[in-house]
Ligand binder design. Structure first.
Ligand code: ADP
Ligand code: ZN
Ligand code: ZN
Length: 811
């Protein structure tokens, strides 16, 4: 048997399947989709089987093939569908095939090649001499090199000599990082009659032992984990040990899933009686689910219109038909509330995948999916790769979110992958948003997706009243505070009424740069071409790209003035200002600094929910998905910070953000207000957000996109080059540009090469080329060809080139 295998070397040179012979003893195990270990040059690598041929005779030179060394799993982690999808992704996103495969699997399955030191047959007791290391190797035969270095730091230096003299050799081993969690469980060995007898025979003092026996007679045939006995009934280990010694109980190690939600009970949630609007939207969706053929929908519904209930119902109907569902949410709205809503509805049928899980926990959730123990997956971007085999429905909530685009290889967009999967599985794709991405809405208006509108909130709750404050006027009226008079007044009002508020700051520390008021000098990173951000906690200025940190200087490095200080507004500064203006105000600040610890995010939200804070203050992370009944005011400190980014989506992002934040207020019985502070109140994204008018925004923005030649009118490919030396990176960019220019279709526009908006990151200079095109079916193939040619040129230069198809980040 011969297997075609792609190996774990994510470069274009090795981006094709290699043939290996499968030794007879591995033939029963190996399948398409298997993870294997194969020799590759001097190394051993992990690989994935993408094809097998039974007939060796087809391979003329098969005696020259190397053997597959190991098959790593009993069942292949890649289903045929995932394998096909990875091949499609490698073409679509111009990435090495193996990186697409890796994106689909839990991190622990990415085997790591490790160098090991091995004793040869020449190493015997005599040659070991006085060396501790050699004795150790003589005994164990091999050790990881890294461990040798740690344990025998002095003798480590002699290793190359021993290798040369033939006593030792090195080899690569692929180490599987899979771990499985074991827990001790207690099982009763006595029957009901014996139990009573045994309990009676215990001495009076053996209270805990009697309690244990009682538990077992109440729960016949059940096992309890030792942890649970301790947590729920306060039973310690020693009475269990005594009972085990008597032969009445058995304590056993059982493999369990690591479940971060294991100790929580979720209240069962009944579904509501649907509103007429929900019924209307559900009808075509449920029909499509029944018909088992591909269909796609875009639900455009204002915040609070009841979209999530629509998704839940669609999922329920899919499960009722015996099929599976994937529910994608942006990482940031994968809140405990959201998980609760799902677990409450679908109980143990749900697997949850998000980035806060440990690698082991992620692996366990993934195993539940591949073992068909769950029917629904809720998760962020990568959950689109859930290894289900009978998908009936894929839901994408907040489909406009940019976090669905992966910003590293493979640079895929989950929406696009979902579309592929839905078509392949004859499944239903259901997307929803209050502010659909322009690209999506444009396709929906042209009939590519069925457009379903939900223009009103459930229960006819009014949309919040939006007040726009022109901050230029505030300044003219001598108000230099970061709070307008309007916002100030409303905060005061909420404090009196004891209602809660969210105050939102666009982007952490984005504008908290350090500037000299005397000469205008701004502090910039010495490695990257961007301003440093001021951090109050330790009075430092830090680079957000590379982490470069310096103490905040007392004098300007340029002019020695003392008037150097930080500008703009960070969450910490707003917090300080709130404390000053409203003595006693309780602020819960959520930003990257206060939420980096695992679980901190949830703790802060719980505190706020419990009413232990008046204000929830934060960045993007508080803009979405949170639903607090007592929040009646949403304040936006500086609406236009995102408007001036060098990004053609700046207006769209601003509109989305304002709409999202506005959606936080007045979701329940209490009515809500939104205050938007801005220096450009006349900008159409702000005007339309104020009126909750998506269609008007869409019209205006589409005009802009047409005028400037951006999506959805044109599609983009961004090619970025970086290198330590400017001349080298410029040459690289021009080499690629020239190659492309000679071969591109006439209708495709090539812009550049030019310096990237952020011209230097981590001491590497950056240049870019942008391609704009409407429809060019041959472009992927041409780019693959150009990449190969570029790599030929690049052999000595080591210019880093990345290709981003349909880019989101243009910096
Ligand atoms: P969206 O996802 O569009 O923001 P949700 O589905 O979260 O809206 O609904 C908003 C609120 O209204 C939630 O608190 C939800 O429980 C409630 N809700 C949704 N549908 C109904 C209904 N048919 N009857 C009563 N309450 C509902
Ligand atoms: Zn100065
Ligand atoms: Zn830097």
């Amino acid at each position: 048997m011969i297997a075609q295998i792609i190996v774990d070397v994510p470069v274009n040179r090795t981006n094709r399947p290699f043939d290996y012979r499968v030794p007879a003893w591995l033939c029963p195990l190996i399948q398409v989709g298997s993870r294997v270990v194969v020799p590759f040059g001097p190394r051993k690598l992990q690989g994935y089987v993408v094809g097998v041929s039974e007939n060796d005779a087809d391979f003329a030179d098969n005696h020259r093939l190397k053997d597959v060394e190991q098959v790593l799993d009993d069942t292949p982690p890649l289903t045929p569908e995932l394998l096909d999808m990875s091949e499609w992704m490698s073409k679509q996103y111009l990435c090495p095939w193996v990186t697409a495969v890796q994106a689909m699997l839990p991190a622990v399955l990415k085997g790591k090649a490790e160098k090991w030191l091995t004793a040869t047959d020449d190493l015997d007791e005599e040659t070991c001499g006085g060396s501790g290391l050699l004795w150790e190797l003589h005994r164990k035969r091999h050790l990881p090199l890294a461990e040798v270095e740690k344990q025998f730091p002095e003798e480590f230096l002699l290793v190359p000599g021993w290798i040369r003299s033939g006593l030792l050799a090195t080899e690569y081993q692929v180490k599987d990082r899979i771990t499985r969690k074991q827990q001790s469980f207690v099982r009763c060995l006595l029957g009901p009659a014996q139990l009573a007898e045994a309990a009676a025979s215990l001495p009076a003092r053996a209270e805990q032992m009697r309690r244990v026996l009682e538990l077992f007679s109440q729960h016949e045939g059940q096992s309890f984990s030792i942890q649970m006995l301790k947590d729920e009934w306060g039973i310690t280990r020693s009475p269990l040990k005594s009972l085990e010694a008597k032969g009445w109980l058995a304590i056993e190690q059982v493999e369990v899933y690591r479940d971060p939600y294991a100790n929580r009970r979720f209240a069962e949630k009944a579904k509501p009686v649907f509103t007429p609007m929900q019924e209307q939207v559900l009808s075509p969706i449920l029909q499509a689910i029944q018909s088992q053929s591909y269909a796609s929908f875009l639900v455009h519904g204002v915040t609070g219109s009841g979209k999530t209930e629509v998704y839940l119902e669609a999922i329920e109907q899919t499960l009722a038909k015996g099929q599976e569902a994937i529910f994608l949410v942006p990482e940031i709205s994968l809140t405990p509330q959201m998980v609760e809503r799902f677990k409450g509805r679908f109980g143990a049928d749900v697997a949850v995948l998000h980035s806060a899980l440990s690698q082991g926990e992620k692996f366990d959730e993934w195993r539940k999916i591949i073992r068909k123990q769950v029917k629904v997956v809720v998760g962020a971007r990568s959950a689109i790769f859930a290894p289900f085999q009978n998908i009936g429905l894929i839901v994408i909530d907040e489909e406009h979110e940019t976090s669905y685009k992966q910003e590293e290889t493979p640079r895929y967009h989950a929406r696009e992958v979902a579309l592929w999967r839905a078509k392949r599985n004859h499944a239903v794709l259901l997307m929803g948003s209050a502010t659909p991405a322009l690209e999506t809405y444009a396709l929906a208006t042209r009939g590519r997706y069925t457009l379903l509108e939900m223009p009103e909130r459930v229960g006819n709750r009014p949309m919040p009243s939006v007040h726009v404050v022109d901050m230029r006027e505030e300044l003219q009226s001598e108000n230099r505070s970061m709070f307008s008079r309007k916002l100030h007044e409303m905060i005061e009002d909420r404090l009196v009424k004891q209602e809660q508020m969210v105050i939102f700051l666009n982007r952490r520390g984005f504008s908290t740069f350090v500037m000299c008021r005397s000469c205008g000098y701004t502090m910039r990173c010495i490695h990257c071409d961007i301003s440093l951000t001021y951090h109050k906690t330790n009075h430092t200025a830090r680079c957000h790209y590379c982490g470069y940190t310096i103490a905040q200087p007392a004098h300007c490095p340029e002019c020695q003035s003392e008037h150097i200080r930080f500008f703009g507004t960070g969450t910490q500064k707003v917090e300080a200002e709130l404390a000053k203006l409203f003595p006693g105000i309780r602020v819960i600040r959520m930003d990257v600094d206060t939420t980096s610890r695992k679980g901190a995010h949830e703790e802060l939200l719980n505190k706020f929910r419990a009413g232990q804070g008046d204000v929830l203050l934060g960045t993007q992370m508080i803009a979405k998905g949170l639903d607090f009944p007592r929040v009646t005011l949403a304040g936006i400190i500086a609406a236009d910070t995102s408007l001036h980014l060098p990004d053609f989506r700046a207006a769209e992002k601003t509109f989305q953000l304002l709409t999202q934040v506005g959606g936080r207020a007045g979701r329940h019985e209490l009515e809500g207000d939104v205050v938007i502070q801005t220096y450009t109140p006349e900008h159409y994204s702000i005007v339309h957000a104020t009126r909750h008018d998506y269609p008007a925004f869409y019209q205006d923005e589409m005009l802009q996109r047409r005028r400037t030649g951006y999506p959805p009118y044109f599609r983009l490919v961004l090619i970025t080059f970086s290198h330590e030396d400017v001349p080298v990176v410029v040459r690289g960019a021009h080499t690629m540009a020239d190659y492309l220019r000679q071969r591109l279709a006439e209708t495709t526009i090539l812009l550049g090469p030019v310096a990237s908006p952020i011209a230097r990151v981590k001491d590497r200079f950056r240049f870019q080329i942008m391609l704009k095109y409407r429809d060019e079916p041959k472009l992927s193939a041409l780019l693959a060809q150009a990449t190969a040619a570029f790599e030929e040129w690049n052999k000595q230069q080591k210019v880093l080139m990345t290709i981003d198809v349909d880019p989101y980040v243009l910096l």
